[in-house]
Design a protein around this ligand. Structure first.
Ligand code: SF4
Length: 111
C-alpha cells in the first residue's frame, strides 16, 4: 500500500471517530433551548390540567383542588433547567419544556 493510500485511510478512520463524537457533543449542548414547548392540548398535559399560565387554572376541576395562587412551574419540585428561564424542562414531561409561569395538577413544593 502506498503512503498516499495509507494516509487517506488514516484520515478516513479519524473522521469516522470524530464525527460521532462531535454529534454527541452537539447533542449535549442542544439543551432546553432546542426542546419543543409542551402543548397544553397534548393528551398527557391535558390529563394533568397543564396550563401555560397558572392564572388560567380551571379551579372548578376537582383535580385542581390543591391549587393555590403563587404555585407555578418555577417553584415546583419537578422543574429542571436554569432558574429564571421562561421555558424549562420538567421531569413529568420528558423531551419538552414547560412555561415557568405554568402549572399542572402534579405540582408539589420544592423541599
Ligand atoms: S410537574 Fe410541576 S413543573 Fe412540571 S408541568 Fe407540572 S407544575 Fe409544572
Amino acid at each position: 500500500m502506498s503512503d498516499k493510500n495509507l494516509s487517506r485511510r488514516r484520515f478516513l478512520q479519524q473522521v469516522a471517530v470524530a464525527v460521532p463524537a462531535g454529534a454527541m457533543l452537539l447533542d449535549k449542548q442542544a439543551g432546553a433551548a432546542d426542546m419543543p414547548k409542551l402543548d397544553p392540548a397534548d393528551l398527557a398535559a391535558a390529563a394533568l390540567l397543564y396550563v401555560e399560565d397558572a392564572a388560567d387554572v380551571d379551579t372548578s376541576n376537582p383535580m385542581a383542588a390543591r391549587f393555590e395562587p403563587g404555585q407555578n412551574c418555577a417553584n415546583c419540585v419537578q422543574i429542571q433547567g436554569e432558574d429564571g428561564a421562561a421555558w424549562r424542562p420538567c421531569a413529568i414531561f420528558p423531551g419538552k419544556v414547560v412555561a415557568s409561569a405554568g402549572w399542572c395538577s402534579v405540582w408539589a413544593p420544592m423541599p
